[in-house]
Design a protein. Structure first.
Length: 500
């Protein structure tokens, strides 16, 4: 058995955990909306056609904010198509499907209330611009007495929708994007849109598009140029990152969260460099509004497009997640918590059916994928103040990284003075005896050790077998005089909850 050590202190503070890091994403893509959150005629559908079984699982996850309606979809989307009675069907050039607009802004706002979540609305800065950005904010948030606010009232919503968080487009650095722009072009249009939007409603917060991946050739220069144009009128910079394991290299795959951490620290440094250049007193924080594992479904998607291009709600991006995916998802959540001083918003992409923790069958059941559980635990127990953990762990090397810690960890001090430690063991074979120094917190006891583990890293949950990979009680350990010894099994996600 290996050994590792963690020292925690209530004064070793990273920052307050913003609840919005437990956000997610619903795009008009695949079966996320139609057949996912919305399926009229389903035995579990409510009067509006929303699936109550899905709503129950979303509420269980504690999703704080949901990004909507895209994604790549939004770069060719006319928001006016999604309100009122006469809604046109449109070709969606992002995903080669046909969008009916049956679910639009009003319906999604109703769903968000039922799901106990807030909306993070993305505007089209691909094929459209500042005028349309101004109009949708007026429609959603202005009380009345103007063209677009009165249109909202006529469409059945007397009170403003009060959407407070807005994305200024999506992945505008990507050549695959409708209306792709250079950093200078995007920075200028983002700045002008931001000005108009905040003139309509000064209370809103705005997320500008950062690089869609740290692998982009323009990464870094994009952020510098873009922020130079719009720094004073935006509030957050977005980051997007997905990982896969197509070569079946589990140790290398589980180390990918180290890339995520480097991505975050690099963007923070760029934001602060622009702050210094401008002699600004304003701090720009980060919105990691797309993160997940995504690689399982790519060949399947190509076959679907060959057969059914332009069909409605095609079953696209339906990754079936295995146990090792859940471990990386846990490490990505740990990375977000360790950067809680600057990452204030994050969205697991996506929420239902499309690279999602929740899966449904049309007309049938609803179940949790493996990645559901780390998100659930972090959302439930990871609220409060993020603590800097001093970790002494054995390490290993892989293709892309040297000195990968086998113990990946983050800790949160709850408002009730409880301490929760999240731990991923990356070790393939050996358990680890974990020494935790908690003396700074007084007399604590181990309230609970939650464990997610499976002997087969490729194990999955299905509708027929939804409980293949589920949490169980961990082996626990001892606590004496503020020092704990906990056994952490090889290849596992652990939640260690300490309370007085």
């Amino acid at each position: 058995m290996k050994n590792a050590k963690i020292i925690l202190d209530k004064d070793y503070i990273i920052g307050r955990v913003d609840p919005r890091i437990y956000g997610s994403f619903i795009e008009h893509l695949g079966r996320a909306v139609y057949g996912g959150i919305y399926e009229p005629g389903h035995p579990m559908a409510d009067a509006q056609g929303f699936r109550r079984d899905v709503l129950q699982m979303v509420r269980k996850l504690g999703v704080s904010v949901v990004r909507y309606p895209g994604g790549n979809f939004v770069s060719g989307f006319n928001w006016e198509d999604s309100v009122g009675r006469n809604r046109p069907s449109r070709l969606d050039l992002a995903w080669f499907t046909t969008e009916s607009n049956a679910v639009g802004l009003h319906e999604f706002a109703d769903w968000a209330k039922k799901a106990d979540t807030e909306i993070m609305y993305a505007i089209n800065l691909g094929t459209r611009g500042p005028e349309n950005a101004r109009d949708i904010v007026e429609y959603a948030n202005h009380p009345g007495g103007s063209k677009f606010s009165d249109m909202r009232i006529a469409n059945g919503a007397k009170d403003p929708l009060n959407i407070k968080l807005w994305c200024l487009g999506n992945e505008m650095d990507g050549p695959w994007q409708m209306g792709h722009k250079t950093a200078l072009e995007y920075g200028r249009i983002a700045n002008e849109s931001a000005k108009l939007m905040k003139w309509v409603d000064p209370s809103i917060e705005l997320v500008a598009c950062g690089s869609s991946s740290s692998d982009m050739p323009t990464f870094g220069s994009w952020e510098l140029t873009m922020l130079d144009e719009c720094y004073e009128n935006i509030d957050y910079v977005s980051l997007h990152r997905y990982y896969g394991n197509p070569t079946n290299d589990t140790p290398g795959f589980l180390a990918r969260s180290m890339d995520m951490d480097e991505f975050i620290r690099t963007v923070v440094s760029i934001c602060d460099a622009v702050k210094g250049k401008k002699h600004s007193k304003k701090q720009i924080n980060l919105s990691f509004d797309e993160w997940n594992v995504w690689y399982h479904s790519r060949e399947q998607d190509e076959e679907i497009w060959k057969r059914e291009k332009w069909g409605p709600a095609l079953p696209l991006l339906e990754d079936v997640y295995n146990f090792e995916d859940a471990l990386l998802a846990g490490s990505m959540l740990i990375t977000l918590l360790r950067n809680a001083d600057r990452v204030k918003i994050a969205c697991l992409a996506q929420l239902v059916n499309v690279i999602a923790p929740i899966m449904t069958r049309n007309g049938g059941g609803c179940w949790a994928q493996t990645i559901f559980w780390p998100f659930y635990h972090a959302s439930k127990y990871g609220r409060g103040t993020s603590l800097k953990a001093l970790v002494d762990s054995p390490v290993y090397s892989c293709a892309d990284y040297d000195a990968v810690p086998i113990i990946d960890t983050a800790a949160v001090l709850g408002d009730d003075n409880s301490v929760t430690v999240f731990v991923v063991s990356r070790d393939l074979k050996e358990d680890c005896l974990l020494d935790l120094d908690l003396r700074a917190f007084g007399d604590l006891k181990l309230q609970e050790h939650i464990l997610l583990h499976h002997d087969d890293v490729k194990a999955v949950n299905t509708e027929e077998h939804p409980d293949t990979v589920v949490p169980a009680m961990g082996p626990g350990g001892t606590v004496d005089g503020g020092k704990a010894q906990i056994r952490v099994p090889a290849l596992s996600w652990n939640v260690l909850r300490f309370a007085r």
